[in-house]
Design a protein. Sequence first.
Length: 437
Amino acid sequence: MVYGKNMIWTAALLLAASPVAMTAQPAQSQTTSAPTQQKQDIPDAPRPQTLPNLKTITPIGAAITAPAPSEQAAPAPAPAVAQEPDEEQGPPPDKSAHAFTLQTNVNLVEVPFIVKDSKGQLVPGIPAREVRVYENNVRQHMSVFTTDPFPLSVALVIDQSVTYDTMQKINASLAALQGAFAPYDEVAVFTYNNGVKEQTAFTAAQGPRLGIMLDRSKGHGRDPIMPLGGPMSQSINKNGMAVTDDTSGHRGNQSNFETAPKEFHTLNDAILDAARETARAGKGRRRIVYVISDGKENGSTASEKEVIKYCLTNNVSVWGTLVGDSSLYGLGFLDRIHIPLMMRDNALPRYTSATAGQLDSEFRQKGIEASFGKITAEARNQYTIGYYSHEPMLDGKYRKLDVRVSRPGLTIIAKDGYWPRPNTPQPPPPVTPTAIP
């Protein structure tokens, strides 16, 4: 037992007295732990927080937590997906399809016409295969054929230079005029006597404004001039001689025969002003100048030839109701004969014939009222054909038209020709600037 204790104390003293043993053991431990420290990843310290840019409106929290621009990863590009063509709509358009816009002027000629039988009744149901159209004696290929009714753009022209009794019939019949139009029609009103006056521009045919303007368009007319003296001539006779006074129609004339004052019937100017207003109507509408007059013309600035040319150039047709003495069968025929150095009477048949319109002669008030519905029905329900002319548009030459129907015993009412009107190319639409975000 003693021997064992002495041995333990001896070993302890030897360890305490040996410094080499004390220093060798830590060196060995360091050499063994160095490789393990190089292999182990030590996390970095957190980066210092930076203050946000106070000159912007970005919230502070977003600025603090947002990573630096250099650390933001670029978004991955979206994978390209092949666009499959639609079977109904076809393949997608090419990007170069709208690289330029091609503008061309096409000369589409529209020809409305009416077909009547031997009794003067409208003939419906004529097919396109029975219709032929010729321009300058050359048959044209029809691109448009329709029997659909068209809305009307009517410029109404009321003659206030007629006699007093005729004017009263016109005034009483104007109340029935609105009933002849449809709600989608539009009407402008012009009156003329010694000059032309526009009562209203185009307004709704069934609107209240048209009724008010028709009431304002009622005139007084003029008194008829008696060629001989006496009580009917509003003169005073004394011992067979006419006495000049304020009631006499021939002041300064000492004979019993009155000198009729010069009359003014500016029919040409009235039709021209109405045609200019009607030419502004939109596409797909019938352009009508509807005249209620006795057809007399005197004192106009525009000539009849100029007015007809303007109407044919702008697809305007003249229709009318002939009133007064000109509407009677015998007197109406004599009024068509022009005597040199005399006033031209009843010029309306030449206007309606040249522009493919219709003229209804009515002497009584009921006949005038009935003519409103008759004229508008014929103007609305016309056949319409269209073709593309091969003639140059800018030559300015008159082109003759001829519309034929293969069915016998029918009367075709169409214009005899027209003057071309070049189509003005439309300007490109304005570019709308996009807002900068």
